[in-house]
Design a binder for this molecule. Structure first.
Ligand SMILES: NC(=O)c1ccc[n+]([C@@H]2O[C@H](COP(=O)([O-])OP(=O)(O)OC[C@H]3O[C@@H](n4cnc5c(N)ncnc54)[C@H](OP(=O)(O)O)[C@@H]3O)[C@@H](O)[C@H]2O)c1
Length: 251
């Protein structure tokens, strides 16, 4: 995959970090974006000599434009953007206040669109693509009690992918539906549940079990890297509107 120029947004921890390092080690030049600068700097070193870190907060439009502009300049263009940035609040629905709803929408939906808008001219020029990391909880499973803001924003993200495709057929837009994935080693371990109130998780656990939401299987993050490697190489030349990688059987 030499000379493929990839931006990974949300590359400091978890799946985004594994994707950035994995794609870099497979020959891509990678720009790693996230808020925590020392984590993306470390990951960029692991990804290889053609990779580098750029701080970015997707909830800030100026930061999105500046980071994508710097990435395009340093990479000499952009062939693919992988949007892994996301947050997952665990809270009972009646306890979700306006600030929390706004923060989760700003990160999981608006941020994904701002990054895509900033990258659009570069992707049109290269015939490139964007992959958006969505979740089984938004489309393939019954609703998860306690995860309303997460699943609602991921469902909105699914529609966002369609909306981008409707207006820009010249760029590839893929909804990447992910099931449970622990990530990799060290900072590559998913931190999505790190902020959860584990007492509340314990209270909700029986409802998750009763609804058959839990699975004892996990996706191997290397399989995810392999799938995204293929998507990135397709660019806009192959239409892959949705790719689901989940340990579940179809329902
Ligand atoms: N792990 C799973 O089982 C699973 C399943 C389905 C879907 N997903 C999706 O996969 C994606 C990655 O999840 P993960 O498990 O790897 O979680 P994670 O370890 O918490 O990673 C989330 C990433 O998002 C970044 N991020 C959060 N807010 C940001 C902001 N305002 N600006 C820029 N970056 C921001 C974080 O970086 P900073 O905090 O440094 O900014 C971090 O790099 C998420 O979209 C998640 O919904 C994961």
């Amino acid at each position: 995959m030499s000379n493929v120029r990839v931006v990974v947004v949300g590359a400091s921890t978890g799946l985004g970090r594994c994707l950035a390092i994995g794609l870099g080690q497979r020959g891509a030049s990678v720009a790693l974006l996230a808020r925590r600068e020392s984590l993306i700097a470390d990951a960029a070193r692991e990804a290889g000599p053609e990779s580098f870190a750029i701080p970015c907060d997707v909830t800030d439009e100026a930061s999105c434009r500046s980071a994508i502009g710097q990435a395009a300049e340093k990479l000499g263009g952009i062939d693919a953007v992988i949007i892994s940035a996301g947050i997952g609040e665990l809270r009972r629905i009646e306890e979700l206040d306006a600030a929390t709803w706004q923060r989760v929408f700003a990160t999981n939906v608006v941020g994904a669109s701002l990054i895509t808008a900033a990258a659009l001219p570069h992707l049109k020029e290269s015939g490139g693509m964007v992959a958006f990391l969505s979740s089984v909880s938004a489309s393939l499973t019954a609703p998860w009690p306690g995860l309303a803001s997460y699943t609602v924003t991921k469902a909105a993200l699914d529609k966002l992918v369609e909306a981008w495709r409707a207006e820009h057929l010249e760029v590839g837009f893929t909804r990447l539906i992910i099931g449970e994935c622990a990530g990799g080693q060290g900072e590559g371990i998913s931190q999505l549940t790190a902020s959860w109130d584990m007492e509340l998780a314990g209270e909700l656990f029986p409802a998750w079990t009763a609804r058959g939401l839990l699975t004892d299987k996990l996706i191997d993050v290397d399989h995810l890297v392999g799938a995204v490697d293929a998507l990135v190489r397709f660019g806009s030349s192959a239409s892959v509107p949705t790719l689901a990688i989940t340990p579940r059987r179809p329902i």
